[in-house]
Design a protein around this ligand. Structure first.
Ligand code: BDP
Length: 700
């Protein structure tokens, strides 16, 4: 029997009808009707000499153009006449010459590789090559995926299987998948991968593991990807035999210097370290009475001779600190502005709390003018339905990147700081900072389709595209990805792009609308838990929603924790006033009376109920939209998305019913007309225990 199946698979594969399992991501090079012929491609670099990177570019063009157009092109190498203006170190120029040959020119081999992928994207999205003449360069210099992967293969908050890095088999046995991972990253212009979890294990810095890290670096190098590691601050104690990890102790500094030199002997283009210090139980400089700057600078000095960098995370808060958790990172880091070495970047989560479905941007982006600041975004959907639910995150990231911090320019160019967006802080253009970084917590794993939910691939795609050019719109990114991944039929493109574009707001609506946050179930963070109390106040839902008989929402304006004061006065004036605060952040900043009149004219309670209902209705509409594509999408991907949308619809109902029944115990008001009555009582929802959720180590 199995022989027959193998034979059948062989026949199908040889006929080109491979089963659609999503493995190819957006790099699908099937024949595209109407694709223009490309007979000659000229690759031009300053040296004009071949290299592993140019070989990779050639291979991609051969298989890509060959597949899309049906004819394999002739590819030649050339020297560029001079520097390609506006392409920078990694950008490219694409041009069709009079003889029809396509020229990909760049100031580096990696630039040519990115240009090759851009040419393929151009064709895959159905664009014409006539009069093609474009130049593109990345706005941010280090575009990095952060893998929260543990050495045991388990991924913290990873919902698509286990780690792609097979530590046991490395360095000798190398999964061909490493190359496909690198191709996918390079196709977007991503140029870095942090291999290990922020909750770090010092073992990765030992010689045995460094040899394995070197093997991965070798696999990725042709694709322009540098590897980075997380540095456990207590490594000198754990693997170095020292008695302290005090950053001001010369023996500690010397240990790190020697360790860094050793890393560079293994990986000559090693990128640097990410450090989570003095946060959630991780060791750090404060264990020795030192500051984050002391710790970061000690590592930065070890890395500087090799041009490596430190990405020091600002995700810090402490249980014993009674200050509103969302204020703590700002309080700890702003006094350190100007105290970091030039090769230190402070890496800041998009919001001041923790990757919630909606948060305002972190006030730190507007408050450390002398320090390069890197946004940390989360592709893996820890609080947005993991990879079970659909949430396309480009709109959420754009919301943050385009947010105006109103930070004053240095030196002050105008009275107000209008135009000081998070994106301009991140790309260094606001203050002419040369080092710029953007980090995304990856959503990849060993699932055959890489991301679990077939449509979650779009988040990997969107992060890469925005890291390259944050001015791209979510619409443009969704359109590109859909065409490359599913095809060009007008109705199909329209249906899938609108599904994607609305999905994040839908998740907000059925889980944490109107600025609610951190009311998810404990531990695995999937599903509702507004009742959750923990011995740590700052891990309890009630700390955040503050529901009582009077109303709902976190009091963070002047009368409350005054977190609002961490923003520029223009924003504090707007957000600090419940009458002016946008309703999507209302309960983030204000404790609002149940009968507070909303813009719709309805009282808060009714509005809240109807938002939850709207979320449920929207998922049902998403299901209908998907089903309308039956027959236009291959069966495996169609069915898989359909099943996940059904689960999402069921889960949205649970979110709505659990939250409304719980908040009703405070509001004491009836559900307004239009809201479906819950099928169960509150105890039923409280008793739901999801065990062995992916991405979470415990059985709860
Ligand atoms: C939280 C996650 C936790 C991470 C932490 C971090 O729940 O697993 O270790 O963030 O970013 O969102 O350090």
């Amino acid at each position: 029997m199995s022989r027959i199946i193998t034979l059948l698979l062989f026949l199908l594969t040889s006929l080109g009808l491979r089963a659609e399992d999503g493995y190819r991501l957006w790099l699908r090079y099937d024949r595209l009707a109407g694709a223009p012929a490309v007979t000659t491609v000229v690759l031009a670099t300053p040296g004009g000499a071949d290299s592993p990177t140019l070989t990779a570019a050639r291979q991609e063009l051969q298989s890509g153009l060959g597949g899309l157009t049906g004819a394999t092109p002739t590819i030649t190498l050339q020297k560029t006449g001079g520097e390609i203006a506006a392409a920078g170190a990694e950008g490219y120029a694409l041009r069709t010459a009079a003889d029809g040959a396509v020229h990909i020119s760049a100031n580096s081999d990696t630039g040519v590789l990115y240009g090759a992928f851009a040419l393929l994207r151009h064709l895959q999205t159905g664009r014409s090559l006539e009069k093609l003449d474009l130049t593109s360069a990345p706005r941010i210099s280090r575009r990095i995926l952060n893998h929260w992967d543990n050495l045991n293969g388990f991924i913290e908050r990873g919902y698509a299987g286990f780690s792609l890095w097979q530590w046991f088999y490395l360095p000798g046995i190398r999964d061909p998948r490493y190359r496909d991972y690198a191709r996918a990253c390079a196709s977007l212009g991503l140029n870095g991968a942090v291999l290990t979890n922020v909750n770090a294990n010092a073992l990765v810095l030992t010689p045995t593991y460094l040899a394995k890290v070197a093997a991965l670096a070798d696999e990725f190098r042709p694709y322009g990807i540098r590897v980075y590691l997380t540095a456990r601050f207590s490594a000198p104690l754990e693997i170095g035999g020292l008695k302290t990890a005090d950053p001001l102790d010369p023996a500690v500094a010397a240990w790190w210097k020697a360790k860094v030199d050793e890393i560079y002997r293994h990986v000559p283009d090693f990128g640097g370290f990410v450090v989570k210090a003095n946060s959630e139980g991780q060791p750090g400089p404060q264990d020795y009475g030192r500051t984050h700057a002391d710790g970061a600078n000690m590592l930065a000095d070890a890395l500087a001779p090799h041009r490596g960098i430190v990405m020091w995370r600002a995700f810090v808060y402490a249980a014993e600190n009674t200050v509103d958790r969302v204020k703590q990172a700002y309080n700890e880091f702003t006094p350190l502005d100007g105290k970091f070495r030039p090769n230190v970047v402070v890496q800041i989560k998009n919001g001041p709390l923790d990757f919630m479905p909606r948060e305002p941007f972190s006030p730190l982006f507007g408050a450390m003018p002398k320090t390069p600041l890197a946004p940390e975004l989360q592709l893996t959907q820890e609080y947005l339905g993991m990879s079970t639910q659909l949430a396309f995150l480009a709109p959420m990231w754009k919301e943050v990147l385009d947010a105006d911090t109103w930070a004053r320019r240095e030196p002050v160019e105008s009275a107000a700081g209008r135009g000081s967006t998070v994106a301009r802080v991140a790309d260094g253009s606001l203050r002419h900072q040369p080092l710029s970084v953007i980090a995304g917590v990856a959503n990849t794993g060993t699932d055959r389709n890489w991301t679990g939910h077939p449509l979650a691939q779009a988040n990997w795609y969107a992060f890469g595209r925005l890291a390259w050019d944050h001015t791209l719109s979510s619409e443009a990114i969704a359109d590109e990805w859909t065409r490359m991944t599913f095809g060009h039929d007008a109705k199909l493109v329209q249906t899938i792009t609108s599904l994607l574009l609305g999905s994040r707001e839908t998740v907000v609506n059925y889980s944490m609308p109107l600025g609610l946050h951190h009311i998810m179930a404990e531990g695995h963070h999937y599903g509702p838990g507004p009742w959750a109390t923990h011995q740590r106040a700052d891990w309890s839902s009630i700390y955040y929603h503050q529901a009582d008989a009077a109303g709902l929402g976190a009091a963070r304006s002047a009368g409350g924790s005054n977190a609002i004061a961490q923003y520029a006065p223009e924003l504090a004036a707007l957000w600090g006033d419940p009458e002016k605060c946008p309703e999507n952040l209302l309960l983030w900043f204000h404790h609002v009376a149940w009968d507070h009149p909303m813009k719709s004219g309805r009282p808060l309670w009714d509005e809240l109920c109807l938002r939850y209902q709207q979320g449920v209705d929207e998922v049902r509409a998403m299901q209908r939209a998907w089903v309308s594509l039956a027959g236009q999408i291959d069966e495996p991907r169609f069915t898989e998305v359909q099943a996940r949308l059904q689960r999402q619809a069921d889960d949205a109902v649970i979110w709505r019913d659990a939250c409304l029944l719980y908040f009703q115990t405070f509001s004491q008001r009836p559900l307004p007309a239009g809201v479906e009555p819950p099928a169960h009582d509150l105890d039923y929802y409280k008793a739901i225990k999801l065990r062995y959720a992916p991405g979470h180590p415990s059985d709860y």
